[in-house]
Each structure stands twice: as structure tokens, then as C-alpha cells.
Ligand binder design. Sequence first.
Ligand code: SF4
Ligand code: SF4
Length: 328
Amino acid sequence: MITSKITPFKEKLKSPLLKQQITVLQINLGKRCNLACSHCHVDAGPKRTEELSPEICQYLVELIEKFPQIKIVDLTGGAPEMNYGFQELVEAARKNDKSVIVRSNLTIYFEQSFDYLPQYFVQNKVRVVASLPCYMADNVDKMRGNGVFDASIQALQWLNRLGYGTAPDLILDLVYNPLLPTTENFSLAPNQQSLESDYKRFLKNNFNIDFNNLFTITNLPVGRTKLHLERKKLYAPYLEFLEAHYNPDTVGNLMCRDEISIDYKGNIYDCDFNQMMNLPAKTKDGEALTVAKLLESGNLDVINEVQTAAYCYGCTAGSGSSCGGALL
Ligand code: SF4
Ligand code: SF4
């Protein structure tokens, strides 16, 4: 339960959070993943089996083909590479001149029958956005599982050998998440630019790794992070902390303004967090949307206002946070 001390996010905003023209399609292909990280906000893991169906995948391909206003197709999961439709969506997007982002956990390339991925990414000029929540092995293994740091380093070196991080059209970005809090001594993500310099120096000196950008992402109190906070009785205090750092300057850059997020069943949300919390996007008439309905209407811009909740304070605290890192 959220305590009454927290101002409803809508009130904080003062005016409704309006949608802009949709240019980004973020697709969550399913919950299959080879890892089961403690901070996972989508509750993915090796035992999960939910994924795209051939029917929904076909609708998504049609959506990509039909709307030139879509500039970016952003594939996430789970490990998107493990879920049905991954290659179909990459190839449909590339054929239609969209940029493709794959949110990759890196370790997947070492699983049986996934070692084709790095070369496949090169062929399709896929932008790889990879989680490396810290450049210290212990911290990464604590969050993601034993051996994950070493496997991530090997995967980054593999991508580097293929030109990722140095060739202009092979972009490799890393993602930093703060450790989950265990006491009320909360902190926001460090300054993105200076942390990026630290990562670059450390990874170059120790492992000869190059990458393009570091994205700092705040832990939003959803999914496993929410459960963790509740277990530690830190859920309400963490929200209060985020609200205390609310920065109205971030609102203009929130990722939910120009993207739609689609789940493996074809339902539409304003962002991945709303997807995980089952808060669907609504049309001007208050109707929930599906990919089939969007195709039928022939119009992508049918959402007027973004649906918000208390966890939106995570995107608007300090320098802000999004799937593309800090907002300011
Ligand atoms: S955080 Fe990413 S890699 Fe970890 S379990 Fe979730 S989807 Fe998989
Ligand atoms: S969680 Fe963040 S991205 Fe999603 S609706 Fe709230 S502010 Fe927007």
C-alpha cells in the first residue's frame, strides 16, 4: 500500500501528460530469459514460457510495414532473442528502414544455439543495449547470478571484435542500475556522464573493451524490485524518496510521450513499466488498445493522455530515467 504521504503523480504534474506523435515501438517479446536477476522488473526467467504467438507477431510485422512514422523498433523481454518472433521482427524492421534496438543480457550468446547472435546483429546493424549494472564483478554477480560478470565481459569482447563500439554503424550501449536498497539510505543513480567515463576507463584498462554510451536507469518500484522493497518494508519510504527528488524539467523528455509498448499478447501500454503493472494505454474514448485495433484504425496516434502511477516518480527524480538513460 502507498501511504497517504505520497502525492498522486497526476496531481504533481499539474497538467495532463500528453502523448506526442508515436515514433518508437517497444515490443516485449515474452518472459523467457536465461537469467533471473533480482532487479528484474518484468519477472522473467528460465522457467517462464509466455511469448509472442505467430498471430501477434504477424500483426506487429504489419504495423512496422504500415507506419513510416515508426523510426525505432525496440525489442525487449525477457531475453528478446529467446522468444518467438525475434528474427521476424528484426528483419521486418530493417527491411522498412527502421533502427532496431535489442536489449540484450549478453550471456545469451553462450547458450546452446544462440551463438549466431553477434554476427546476426552485425548483419542487421542492430543497436545492442546491454545490461552491465556495475563494472565490479561481485556487484553484477550479486544482482544477476554467479558467473554473469565474466560471461558479460567475454560477450562484450566478442562484440568488439566484430566492430561494435568502434564502427560508426555498430552501436553498443551499456546500462547501469543502482543496487537495490537494503536500508533507507537511498540514492539516485550517479551522474551519467561521469559514470560513463569511469566505466570506459575501467573496461578499457582491465578488459580492453570499447562501448558507445552508458545509460543510467533508476530502479522503479515495480516487479521484483517492488517485491524486494515490500519485503524490506522500504516500498513507501522509497517512493517518498523519489517524490522528494521530483524534477519537473524531466517531464518533457519522458519516454512514454512518443512510444507505445506492446506485450506478447498484443496489448498496448504507454511504457514497459505500465505493461508490467497492467496499466493499459487508453484511447481518447477510454478504450484499451490492441495491436489488431491499431491496425484496423489505420492511425497510431489514438492515445491522448499517458496513464501514470506513483512509480512514475522513478522516471522524474533527479536527472530523470528512461530506457535510454538520464533525461537531462
Ligand atoms: S533483468 Fe533482463 S536478463 Fe535479468 S531476468 Fe530480467 S529480462 Fe532477464
Ligand atoms: S513509468 Fe515512466 S515512462 Fe512509464 S508512464 Fe510513468 S513516467 Fe512515463
